[in-house]
Design a protein around this ligand. Structure first.
Ligand code: FES
Length: 147
C-alpha cells in the first residue's frame, strides 16, 4: 500500500504550472530550515485577480505536489481568496499527506502568501500583516529558541 494518494503521485509526476514567469508582478520564496527544501512562487495580477501562477520547487515529492495543487487552487482567484488558502486545504485537495509530510504543504501556503505580499510591497499597496498568517508564523518559529 502506498503512503501517498494517487493525486499526490499525479501532481508529483506531472506538476502543473512549473516554471518561471518572466516579468512577474510578485515573487515569493520560502524554505524549510529543517529539510532544506525551497519553494518559489511567481504571480501575475490583473485587476486583483491571479491571472497566472508558476512555481519552482527544489524539494521533496510532497512539496512539489503541494505547490502544483496550490497553483491550481489559486489561479483565477482574487488575491483575497488566495490568501485564505491553507495548507490543510492543499493537503485535502491532494487526498491527504502523511502526518510527517504536512510541513511540505505549509511551504505552499507560505509561498503563496509571500508572493502576494511581495506584490503589495513592490506596487506600493498598503497591507495588513494579519492577512499573511503563514508568514508571521514562520518568523515566530525561527525566532523561538524552544525554552
Ligand atoms: Fe521538506 Fe517535504 S520534506 S518540504
Amino acid at each position: 500500500m502506498s503512503l501517498y494518494s494517487a493525486k499526490v503521485m499525479d501532481h508529483f509526476r506531472n506538476p502543473r504550472n512549473v516554471g518561471v514567469i518572466e516579468d512577474p508582478d510578485g515573487v515569493g520564496e520560502v524554505g524549510n530550515a529543517k529539510c532544506g527544501d525551497i519553494m518559489k512562487m511567481y504571480i501575475k495580477v490583473e485587476n486583483g485577480i491571479l491571472v497566472d501562477v508558476k512555481f519552482e520547487t527544489f524539494g521533496c515529492g510532497s512539496a512539489i505536489a503541494s505547490s502544483s495543487m496550490a497553483t491550481e487552487m489559486i489561479k483565477g482567484k482574487t488575491l483575497q481568496e488566495a490568501l485564505l488558502l491553507t495548507n490543510q486545504a492543499v493537503a485535502e485537495a491532494l487526498d491527504g499527506l502523511p502526518a510527517y509530510k504536512m510541513h511540505c504543504s505549509v511551504l505552499a501556503e507560505e509561498a503563496v502568501q509571500a508572493a502576494i505580499r511581495n506584490y503589495y510591497e513592490t506596487h506600493g499597496i498598503p497591507y495588513d500583516e494579519k492577512d499573511f498568517p503563514a508568514l508571521n508564523h514562520g518568523h515566530g518559529e525561527e525566532d523561538g529558541d524552544g525554552e
